[in-house]
Design a protein around this ligand. Sequence first.
Ligand code: PGA
Ligand code: ZN
Length: 438
Amino acid sequence: MNIEMLPKVASQALPSGKVSAGKITKIHAMEVLDSRGNPTIQTTVWAGDISAKASVPSGASTGSHEALELRDNDKKRYGGKGVLKACKNVEGKIFQAIKGLKADDQEKIDQIMIDLDGRDNKSKLGANAILSVSLATARLAANCHKMELFEYLAHKYGYMVKDLPTPLLNVINGGAHARSTGLDIQEFFLIPLGGKFSEKLRKGTEVYHVLQKNLLAKGYSTAVGDEGGFAPKLPSNEAAFTFLREAVLATGYKMDNDFHLGADVAASEFFDIKKGVYEFKADKKVFKSTQIYKMYRQWYEKYHLSIIEDGCAEDDIVGWKLLNQELGRETLIVGDDLFCTNIKRLKMGITQNLANAIIIKVNQIGTLSETMETVKLAQKNNYKIILSHRSAETCDDFIADLAAGVNAEYLKMGAPCRGERLAKYNRLLEIEELVNAK
Ligand code: PGA
Ligand code: ZN
């Protein structure tokens, strides 16, 4: 397939009559804690007396092509996970390079930070340091323009916000997010169909509560994993799909009409690269990378599994190709670790026909501008966009505005449980009201 090229993301003129964004005058970075209790960076940027802050998330099943999260490696603090060096980079080198620039000159600010780092994976200054500034600056610009963040982002990048994305509710956690489950698959999610965002969220939440009752009734734990989904020790991956289907029906909804199911297999986590096989321990099944699509097809037919994320490992190109060829017409074949929100990886995916949808995570690449270039290229090539959180989050809700602002078709922000997940869902409820009021 040829790539529909879309070079640099062009800024749109902001609505006339709005004040122009001020110049960056001050910056402060500090260590805060994420939802796994690990340090992360929070940066505040000022333009005169207007300010905005942003904090960055962190993954557990990170792709090897992701930008680097700079950690202190000082074993005496937080087991080496401190981010004081990243904070120092923000207040020192980065501030020196961007002070005096206009807050809405996002491309320039991001480019300066990319050049200052000079490495593909941003390992010198840290992608966490860079991203905290990139996001805080965007929010500062929105504040200066007296606009809601989603509205500012939509204007800047040329979108009209009408329908909000469909929430993919990750209600059973496994894999790296809930090791005690023994489940190989990392996320089992509900895909509510029909209606507006708030209705889909309501329907999914109702099923979540029935799922809790059903699990309890059968003697399973309803403790939750990193993304707020239940973390029961089920006998097999298939048992999780069965529980979801039963919960949908018991809530009074119909499969296919009201719900489909989805999974983030996160297959890079258990691909045996030497043997070229995937071992699903919970199901006691082993598949060659050329055969794995057959199992997904069965699940598609049996459980309406219509979104398959990272069904193959990040560098198992043969497996991806076959999977997309065999199931890409009926289902979304989604690249997360495969692409890492990286435009180079996406170009490779488009030319080789590896997928038809992409996960977008701002911290995989490290700046808003690069994220937007990837989003634009994906959209130009008819890829569906799934804007996603990470397994460790703070209550920062930037990605809710971003998902709405760029017309993502889907968003993945966990179960309707845990404050850092609800912060995003609740912000989207607010955005829906704001959009409807127009
Ligand atoms: P992570 O998981 O944030 O732990 O990488 C999320 C995902 O794989 O989608
Ligand atoms: Zn994933």
